[in-house]
Unconditional design. Structure first.
Length: 333
């Protein structure tokens, strides 16, 4: 019997996996149904009113934009502080008529936020399935029986991990295509597609790709944590402890001791930076570095996606490597 074929069958036959697939489909179905029920195709009158409001807003924004550019050119500290040194945030090109349509789903304006929701649910699915897949075998004696048939620990564990990642990736790709396709269809029949251009599709494609890679890394982390702890609950405990002790409690403590950049020490910041391409954060304290030519004091800093990839990939490799090293010499009896 082929080991890979056997693991595929075991993964597909697990009731927990089937339940999680059902819950994942239910969550996506509720999201799609809610969007469909809360949207309608705007009438010509609604579009006309929205375009008039957008034109009026652009006229006001154009004045603010000109002031901001003038502040950048002359170094006027008062105006620079008002616009926080970033004129693109008040560019009239950012004003669209769809911003003034109520109860209308606009694909190119809203799909990116819905994509983050998709990635979050797939990550949760991958972590739970990854942890339970190996955790159940370690606690029930299934791993011991499997090793009696194929007494090669690294091959067996590696096959389990590879099968798990391939299965989660395949399901994630199919789910993503159905999910995004459903919202595109909603935009055509009960909303507006907007004006998606080449940069929009490129950005959406990169976001989905980075999200799928994140799902694989989170799945591997769940698998590794359960392997190290020899139980599914060990992975859940590690995730809960990190969220409560570090992401919540750590922020409070660092705020008390006046740490300048606490967000730079949080894993969630690197997750957001990786999926979204970058994240802009603000230091709580520290030396102020005025921008050249202005009196504006900028305390913001950025974390870009390469840093997010390095941190997440490094953590995944460390956890998986530790799991394999521990499993190699562990007594499974």
């Amino acid at each position: 019997m082929n080991l890979v074929r056997a693991e595929i069958g075991r993964l597909a036959a697990r009731r927990f996996v089937q339940l999680m697939v059902l819950l994942l489909g239910t969550a996506f179905g509720v999201t799609i149904a809610t969007t469909l029920a809360g949207s309608h195709q705007p009438t010509a009158f609604e579009v006309q009113v929205a375009e008039a409001q957008a034109a009026n807003q652009r006229a006001n924004v154009q004045r603010w934009y000109a002031e901001c550019l003038e502040a950048e050119r002359t170094g006027a500290s008062e105006l620079s502080a008002r616009y926080q040194g970033n004129c693109e945030d008040v560019s009239p090109d950012r004003v669209d008529a769809s911003d003034f349509l109520s109860g209308v789903f606009v694909f190119d304006q809203q799909i990116l936020d819905l994509t983050y929701f998709l990635i979050a649910f797939l990550c949760l699915f991958g972590f739970l399935v990854g942890a339970s897949y190996i955790g159940a075998d370690l606690t029930s004696g299934g791993m011991t029986n499997l090793l009696l048939w194929r007494p090669q620990r690294m091959v067996v564990l590696g096959t389990k991990l590879g099968t798990l990642l391939a299965g989660v990736l395949g399901l994630s790709v199919v789910a993503s295509a159905l999910y995004l396709g459903s919202f595109r269809l909603i935009a055509e029949v009960r909303g507006l597609p907007g004006a998606p251009d080449a940069p929009f599709w490129t950005d959406l494609g990169l976001t989905v790709t980075r999200g799928l890679l994140l799902v694989l890394m989170v799945t591997a982390l769940g698998f590794a944590a359960a392997t190290l702890g020899r139980h599914t609950s060990a992975a859940l405990g590690v995730a809960a402890a990190y969220a409560v002790v570090w992401e919540a409690g750590g922020r409070i403590v660092m705020g008390i001791v006046d740490v300048a950049r606490p967000d730079q020490l949080m894993l969630s910041s690197y997750v957001i930076a990786w999926v979204g391409g970058e994240i802009r954060l603000w230091a709580m304290s520290g030396e102020c570095a005025p921008q050249i030519g202005s009196g504006y004091c900028d305390l913001s800093y950025h974390i870009l996606w390469p840093a997010g990839l390095v941190v997440l990939l490094g953590l995944t490799v460390l956890a998986v490597g530790g799991a394999f090293a521990t499993f190699r010499r562990r007594d499974l009896a």
